[in-house]
Design a protein. Structure first.
Length: 153
């Protein structure tokens, strides 16, 4: 076990992908998330990822968030969106540093987000609760999409 070290979490942008809005965050154990090629490659994966199903596969609002995490074992990509109003759908992919265009799905074996990724998920949970769930039946999706999080933790 290694000691906890702070990592940089940065909100990057709001992407429009087909009829979806995806908020993009990066996390890195390095000074900066400095892999522009990977970033562009992962954007090409999003249209495929947002069609993935799950066991619940309930209604959603075509709004989600993507976490890209440069970790020790590789780069993790977590695509997330809210389903059934209050449940989070998450698919996790891992890319090895030596195979930067391979996205291997690893979430089907029980793996869940790590402590740094959970910081972003917590921010998104609070934003979704405050701007969407508490505003029903007139949710404020625009305010949710404007709410972002950047920090070193």
């Amino acid at each position: 076990m290694t000691s906890y070290k702070a990592r940089n979490i940065e909100y990057k942008e709001l992407l429009k992908v087909n009829d979806w809005f995806i908020k993009v965050y990066t996390i890195t154990k390095h000074d900066t998330f400095n892999d522009a090629k990977f970033y562009e490659d992962v954007k090409l994966q999003i249209p495929k990822w947002i069609t993935l199903k799950n066991g619940f596969n309930h209604n959603h609002n075509n709004i989600g968030f993507l976490i890209l995490h440069m970790g020790t074992e590789g780069i993790f990509s977590l695509i997330n969106w809210w389903v059934g109003d209050n449940m989070l759908n998450t698919h996790i992919f891992k890319t090895d540093y030596n195979q930067p265009i391979s996205f291997d799905k690893i979430s089907s074996n029980g793996l869940a987000p790590c402590v740094w990724e959970l910081e972003i998920i917590n921010h998104e949970r609070l934003a979704w609760t405050n701007h969407v769930l508490k505003k029903a039946p007139q949710p404020d999706f625009e305010s949710y999409l404007k709410s972002s999080f950047s920090k070193t933790l």
